[in-house]
Design a binder for this molecule. Structure first.
Ligand SMILES: NC(=O)c1ccc[n+]([C@@H]2O[C@H](COP(=O)([O-])OP(=O)(O)OC[C@H]3O[C@@H](n4cnc5c(N)ncnc54)[C@H](OP(=O)(O)O)[C@@H]3O)[C@@H](O)[C@H]2O)c1
Length: 305
């Protein structure tokens, strides 16, 4: 089968190559999925799981990309809940070969059924941004109706999902980002917008929850914007500053079938909008991930039509 592989961490996305690899066999609790569409997060090339397995052994050349939408083509002997021919989508294990390939093996529990009226391209764009937003808000952030939330990167992949989910759940949302992100963030449901290059972040102070996707200095400055009893939720690594009288939590997104099903229902009924910037075939994936100009929105690779 055709697959993208990486062998050199220092080379980043420029080190991606399209090669022939053996098709995966269905074993244990895995299903094999014929990948129709695949999502990739550039950050994953810096994560240890891309380069080593759970025992710390080198697993290169490894296939990146951990979001998929496709059709189950084979079942492992211990698989329950899915059948051959079923449309599925989900988030695959970070420490195993991923989804920038014609086929991938994935534990059945990491997948959810993809309704027939949701396109594979849309399905592959949802797992990381949708699950991260859901888990950050409702699981780690313990969101409550009526809270005020500052969402960094509110026009980006995760931030746009957080903004929509929070607004629909009854939050007052303040989005942040670059000047050009103002209107997109307001369109996703933010009531106010802070342009991080030109406005004062401190003016947005006194919120119940900050959802940080940026980290660094912006993460540090965000801790002091949180009301007593509030929370800083970050996906940009361990927080460098914590709220004086509140909690800070950082987490890594996990696969969850029930949450995926909730998210896709919201896409079907129009409550959630995805943020896809470009769709490219697998043969053009390397070029798509090393663009010469900034692409707004997520790049999805259409592996099979
Ligand atoms: N821990 C986890 O489980 C987890 C899960 C998902 C993602 N992540 C990580 O979270 C980060 C965000 O992911 P994403 O998919 O949402 O990325 P994204 O689509 O690029 O969104 C990030 C947004 O923040 C904006 N932004 C970044 N730095 C900024 C700055 N200094 N000032 C103003 N705006 C800034 C970006 O604008 P520009 O595009 O103009 O820079 C973009 O609109 C990535 O680092 C990703 O690896 C972690």
């Amino acid at each position: 089968m055709k697959a993208i592989v990486v062998t050199d961490e220092a080379a980043g996305t420029a080190g991606m190559t399209l090669v022939e690899r053996p098709e995966p066999e269905p074993a244990g609790n895995d299903v094999v999925v014929r990948v129709h569409a695949s999502g990739f997060t550039p950050g994953e090339l810096t994560w240890p799981g891309t380069w080593t397995d759970r025992l710390g052994r080198d697993r290169t050349p490894s296939i990146p990309g951990h979001e998929l939408a496709g059709v189950v083509s084979a079942l492992g002997y211990g698989t329950r809940g899915l059948s051959v021919g079923q449309r599925v989508f989900g988030l695959t294990d970070w420490t195993r070969d991923g989804t920038l390939a014609e086929y991938t093996a994935v534990e059945a529990r990491n997948l959810a059924p993809l309704p027939g009226d949701v396109d594979f391209t849309v399905g592959a764009s949802l797992p990381i941004s949708g699950l991260t937003a859901w888990q950050g808000l409702f699981v780690h952030g313990r969101f409550q109706v009526g809270q005020s939330i500052l969402v960094h990167g509110a026009a980006g992949g995760v931030g746009s999902m957080v903004t929509q989910l929070a607004r629909q759940a009854g939050a007052y949302v303040i989005g942040t980002g670059r000047a050009a992100d103002r209107q997109p963030a307001l369109d996703f449901g933010a009531r106010e917008f802070v342009d991080l290059d030109n406005d004062s972040l401190d003016d947005a102070g006194g919120v119940d929850l900050v959802f940080d996707v940026i980290g660094g200095d912006i993460g540090k400055r965000s801790a002091r914007l949180i009301r007593p009893g509030g929370m800083l939720v970050t996906i940009a690594g361990p927080p460098e500053a914590r709220p004086a009288d509140g909690l800070a939590v950082d987490f890594v997104v996990e696969a969850d079938r029930a949450q995926l099903s909730e998210i896709v229902e919201r896409v079907r009924d129009g409550r959630l909008r995805t943020n896809i910037g470009r769709v490219a075939p697998l043969d053009d994936a390397v070029a798509a991930f090393t663009p010469t100009e900034r692409i707004k929105g997520k790049t999805i690779i259409r592996v099979h039509p």
